[in-house]
Design a protein around this ligand. Structure first.
Ligand SMILES: NC(=O)c1ccc[n+]([C@@H]2O[C@H](COP(=O)([O-])OP(=O)(O)OC[C@H]3O[C@@H](n4cnc5c(N)ncnc54)[C@H](OP(=O)(O)O)[C@@H]3O)[C@@H](O)[C@H]2O)c1
Length: 299
């Protein structure tokens, strides 16, 4: 997996900036848009819709959602926001509840997600987290949805290394395109074994909570003098340093969420920041990765 400039791929009209290559060769923007809590409050709908649209214009054409978010209201808001977009420019990701990820419910869940999103296919459909339905059944259903043209690719979320091993032992399990997991500077557990495993098997990470929910998940993160100094050196914000850190190696996609246009533009610009080796060492010292197995951080 490599990070490359979209201009070199013949799709120069798109302003994707840095990209990540999925196992099938599809290029997606390294920074996309998360939408948890988006669409839940009527009073914020206009601003949130305009924020998503501004994010798309700024190159964050990958949008992550889930049937869970606002019980479908997040998907509905996205559907409205992208109504006039060229569908081929977008990369829409949604997630199915574990208890819907079997033969009985997944086809209905997917149909309803597509309807709310105003589209006839998803670019990527993820199992939100592991539940009681056997992986074989979920994979079989995902492959069926692919055959029907309802989804282009499928993946998983909140899978630790042992879950990935198990997935790899299931027929067609190796068709998994992405593992979406919690990852930010102050939660680096995946660097010990999961990230190396995914790299060995060519599966990109989609990092959720890349801003640690604006520091709420790690108090003091936004007060770090090291982050402030690195931000000042690049003339950028701490959020942008956090995003640049997350996508630094070219095989991790970050999906920050914001309801504010100015933050969306700021997040999109983070793709232009290159942290130096020395800066990465300073971050490593201030926020060390673990030296032993740490179980997956899950929200
Ligand atoms: N698969 C899973 O189980 C799972 C779990 C959690 C999340 N996710 C996905 O990952 C996405 C991201 O995670 P998240 O939403 O939990 O947290 P996050 O993206 O780490 O943080 C969101 C918070 O950061 C703030 N923010 C965003 N951009 C900012 C900026 N430039 N400057 C300052 N503050 C900024 C937002 O507030 P403002 O609105 O004020 O900007 C919001 O409070 C979710 O939206 C969802 O799509 C997936």
């Amino acid at each position: 997996m490599e990070q490359e400039n979209i201009a070199e791929t013949g799709l120069e009209e798109q302003k994707m900036g840095k990209t990540v290559k999925l196992p099938d060769g599809t290029l997606v923007p390294a920074i996309g848009q998360g939408t948890w809590f988006i669409g839940e409050q009527r009073a914020k709908r206009k601003e949130e819709t305009e924020t998503l649209q501004a994010g798309i214009e700024a190159g964050m054409t990958l949008i992550d959602t889930a049937e869970m978010y606002g019980s479908g209201r997040s998907e509905e808001l996205i559907g409205e926001a992208v109504r006039d977009c060229d569908r081929s420019r977008l990369f829409l990701v949604s997630k199915v509840y574990p208890y819907n990820a079997g033969r009985k419910n997944i086809f209905k869940s997917c149909r309803e997600t597509l309807k709310r999103l105003n589209t006839d296919y998803l670019d990527l459909y993820l199992l939100h987290w592991r539940g009681a339905i056997p992986l074989e059944e979920t994979v079989d259903c995902m492959e069926q949805l692919k055959k029907e043209g309802k989804i282009r690719q499928w993946g998983v979320s909140n899978f630790d290394t042992d879950d990935m091993e198990e997935l790899w032992s299931v027929p067609k399990g190796k068709n998994c395109a992405v593992n979406q997991v919690l990852y930010h500077l102050a939660s680096r557990g995946i660097e010990y074994d999961l990230l190396p495993w995914l790299r060995d098997h060519g599966v990109p990470v989609m990092a959720y909570c890349p801003l640690a929910q604006a520091g709420d998940l790690k108090k003091g993160l936004y007060e770090s003098p090291v982050l402030a100094e690195i931000g000042a050196a690049h003339g950028c914000s701490i959020s942008q340093v956090l995003l640049a850190f997350t996508i630094r190696d070219g095989d991790v996609i970050a999906i920050p969420r914001t309801g504010k246009k100015e933050h969306a533009l700021e997040n999109a610009m983070a793709g232009e920041i290159e942290l130096t080796g020395e800066e990465l060492l300073r971050l490593e010292k201030a926020f060390p990765p673990p030296d032993r197995k740490v179980y997956l951080d899950i929200l």
